[in-house]
Design a protein around this ligand. Structure first.
Ligand code: F6R
Length: 370
């Protein structure tokens, strides 16, 4: 039941901290990750994996994109992310050293189920990340890591996304250990970062809800919103755009910020709202000044900029119309925090437009047809 919440989505967003915490629960021992769910594949086989293909649709595919950054970084195995419905209609290059990871909240998405069957037939090892015990996709997979987000009722996915990213990160750390690409000390540091995420999400929720609600109320007539992000901020931008389309029926597009000058900047005209995910000033790839300069470029053309930035980031203040602050976190962990305002924003804008937040038009919770 909804409890005292105005919608299932409001309730489910409020449960984002627990979705992450419960997905970690029982999977950390002595500060290290151990996923006994991976036993059906076995550490020996995992050590020999030379390629990972992540298959998923929609929001789950954006979780997969984040998984790519973390898994490559920690295990040094190349990772591709493919939409399930694209993957299955090719003759993908797969061997018994390929690990296919499917991601699905419902575990019933037909496109992803077909991709799993396709991969199995081609001889891949298949691991599924799923939020629904005993669903069809986990039943057809060699191994399953369940996310523990709890039941998700609102059609648009929110807390399950955070749980999916958590599960992928745990898989990445497990692989890092099995392959010896991460020292125990490094794994412990990353585990500590991951365990700190729920409390930081709670902080984002308490700090940004009112501000985003207010923003949403002045945006009810907005026709188009662009989202920019770089590196791990890019999938967050895509997720923000998807939520706005499906919940508020507003045209929205997510871009990699570096791509701006290769075309999308032509869209910027006075009044265009642009939401920018700003990397931390401590970003190891030094992307912060690049994104700040993107903000300057679009601001100079009259855009209205809403920045999601690390708290205390003084460099964005002069150029952003609004700043939504997020707590400090390591680069790979920022998306857990930056995506939360995206979810609130979609929900608040839909509510401000008087739309049904839990049941957007034309959509179903699980897409069991092709
Ligand atoms: C977006 C959304 C969809 C699902 C997609 C996959 O908010 O909910 O994009 O993420 O249909 O669904 P699952 O995860 O059940 O396979």
């Amino acid at each position: 039941e909804k409890g005292g919440w105005s919608s299932f989505m409001a309730k489910e967003i409020s449960e984002e901290p627990e979705a992450v915490a419960n997905t970690i629960l029982g999977r950390v021992h002595d500060g290290l990750v151990s996923l006994k769910e991976l036993e059906p594949i076995g550490d020996e086989a995992l050590a020999g994996i030379d390629r990972i293909v992540i298959v998923a649709c929609g929001t789950a595919a954006y979780a997969g994109m984040l998984g790519k950054y973390a898994i490559e970084e920690w295990s040094r195995i190349p990772v591709d992310v493919e939409l399930s419905h694209e993957f299955r209609y090719r003759n993908p290059i797969i061997t018994d050293r390929t690990l296919v990871i499917s991601i699905s909240q419902s575990g019933e998405t037909m496109d992803t189920l077909m991709a799993v069957q396709h991969a199995t037939k081609a001889g891949a090892r298949v691991l599924s990340i799923c939020n629904t015990q005993g669903a069809t996709i986990p039943r057809e997979s060699q191994a399953v890591v369940y996310t523990h987000a709890g039941p998700e009722v609102a059609v648009a996915s929110t807390k399950a996304f955070l749980a999916q990213v958590t599960a992928l990160y745990l898989v990445g750390l497990h692989l890092g250990k099995v392959r010896g690409t991460q020292t125990d000390e490094q794994i412990r540091e990353n585990v500590i970062e991951l365990q700190a995420v729920p409390e930081k999400i709670a902080e984002v929720l308490s700090v940004s809800q009112a501000e985003i609600g207010q923003l949403a109320r002045w945006m009810t007539d907005t026709q188009s919103v662009l989202f920019l992000g770089r590196n791990v901020g890019y999938p967050v931008a895509l997720e923000g755009a998807l939520k706005l389309k499906e919940l508020a029926y507003i045209h929205a597009e997510g871009f990699a910020a570096g791509e701006l000058k290769h075309g999308p900047i032509a869209l910027i005209e006075p009044g265009q709202v642009v939401i920018v995910v700003v990397p931390s000033p401590r970003d190891p790839h030094s992307l912060h000044p690049k994104v700040v300069s993107n903000i300057q470029e679009i601001r100079a053309r009259g855009a209205r900029v809403i920045a999601i930035a690390e708290k205390g980031d003084a460099a964005v203040l002069p150029f952003a119309d609004e700043v939504i602050p997020i707590p400090l976190a390591g680069s790979l962990f920022e998306p857990f925090l930056a995506v939360v305002p995206m979810h609130i924003f979609g929900m608040e804008l839909a509510a401000a437009k008087g739309l049904d937040v839990d049941q957007p038009r034309n959509l179903a919770k699980s897409v069991t047809v092709e």
